[in-house]
Design a protein around this ligand. Structure first.
Ligand SMILES: *Cc1c(COP(=O)(O)O)cnc(C)c1O
Length: 358
């Protein structure tokens, strides 16, 4: 295992946190993991107190956007083990994003041993309460202080944690977008690259003024095919078929998406990954065969969609009878937090380690 230096906080901040009322994404655990890339290798892996970084104004990622991230969660099992959900898939996706953004790949053992060490050190920050978890944010940035446009020669990879509560999972009102574009073929849609989110904020803000939380993106050329939401993948149950857009390079390959597909098939449901026409969705909404629609992602696992707006008409779905969404969400959550069997081998147990500061 990689050898990292450890500098621990003198006193934990955990007593300041009200675990019954955690605002999403604003509470940070005691420590973070950092490793730097320079002269072609990853070095100086370290654990240090969570805190501000000192940065050059010329830092390349702040100008030219070499910045990628991941999102995952840790849980405590009923027997107090630390559980991760499909972490190696997050690692692989990080490296696919890195590759597209001309950034160095991070070895799997560095990703996993840094993450597992940090989880051991801050294990008290993993909430025990039903529905709560520890959100994990790994990310990589280019750190050259150089004004020219070229791939940075230096990078940092950092992991930090946010405990998140069992916040009420609100039902979504979404609008199908036909003007703006999130991703085009040949672009960076499949990468979890920071710029994708910056680009989608303005179009999203326009529909938020009209009471919709999110956009349902369509393809860049014809706006004829459904792609995904801003930070989650899209599913619709039409008749008895669960349909989701196929991966084509413009859609983020969500780990929750893949898990929902595999779990639904395992339960005997019919699942189709295909080019999914907006017209098919709207026709189903009109003729009553659209039974359910939901969004999938690590933050909320599965969020039911109650309204889909298209060309000025709201199509409503009875979320109270969205039994498939409910069932898949409950089963996935139970696998993740160790409350049920894991027939797919998705859950990764973190080995306990004795941690010495040095
Ligand atoms: C992160 C993300 C998702 C969901 O991915 P998960 O691995 O399920 O969390 C879907 N779409 C976009 C655009 C994303 O950034």
């Amino acid at each position: 295992m990689a050898n990292f230096s450890i500098n621990l906080r003198k006193e934990s901040k955990i007593s300041e946190v009200d675990f019954d009322n955690i605002p999403f994404g604003r509470v940070f655990a005691d420590h973070m993991f950092i490793i730097d890339y320079e002269d072609g290798e990853w070095k100086n892996g370290r654990i240090q107190p969570y805190g501000d970084l000192s940065l050059s104004p010329a830092l390349s990622c702040m100008h030219y956007g070499q910045a990628i991230f991941e999102g995952m969660k840790a849980y405590k099992s009923p027997s107090n083990e630390i559980l991760l959900f499909r972490p190696l898939d997050n690692h692989k996706r990080l490296n696919r994003s890195a590759d597209r953004m001309c950034m160095p790949s991070l070895p799997e053992d560095v990703f996993m041993s840094g993450l597992e060490l940090l989880l051991n050190i801050d294990s008290d920050w993993i909430p025990q309460k039903e529905g709560s978890s520890l959100y994990i944010r790994p990310f990589m940035i280019g750190t050259d202080d150089y004004l020219g446009v070229k791939p940075s020669s230096k990078y940092s990879f950092i992991i930090y944690f946010c405990p998140v509560g069992s916040y009420y999972n609100q039902h979504l009102r979404i609008q199908i977008e036909e003007k703006y574009v999130r991703a085009a073929a040949g672009g960076v849609g499949y990468a979890k690259a920071a710029g994708n989110y910056a680009a989608s904020m303005y179009p999203a803000s326009l529909v938020q003024k009209h009471g919709y939380q999110q956009l349902l993106w369509t393809d860049a050329i014809e706006h004829k095919y459904i792609e995904e939401l801003g930070t989650s993948n899209f599913f619709a149950l039409i008749g008895d078929t669960l349909i989701t857009p196929q991966l084509e390079g413009t859609i983020l390959d969500g780990i929750t998406r893949d898990s929902v597909i595999k779990l639904a098939k395992h339960l005997g449901h019919r699942v189709e990954e295909k080019r999914f026409e907006v017209a098919e969705l709207i026709e189903a909404a009109k003729n009553g065969s659209l039974k359910e629609a939901f969004a999938t992602g690590t933050a909320a696992t599965l969020a039911k969609i109650e309204t889909i707006a298209f060309r000025g008409t709201d199509y409503n779905i009875d979320v109270e009878s969205s039994v498939l969404a409910e069932d898949l969400a409950n089963r996935l959550d139970a696998i993740k937090n160790g409350h049920s069997e894991d027939p797919f081998g998705w859950v990764h147990k973190v080995e306990p380690q004795a941690v010495h500061s040095y």
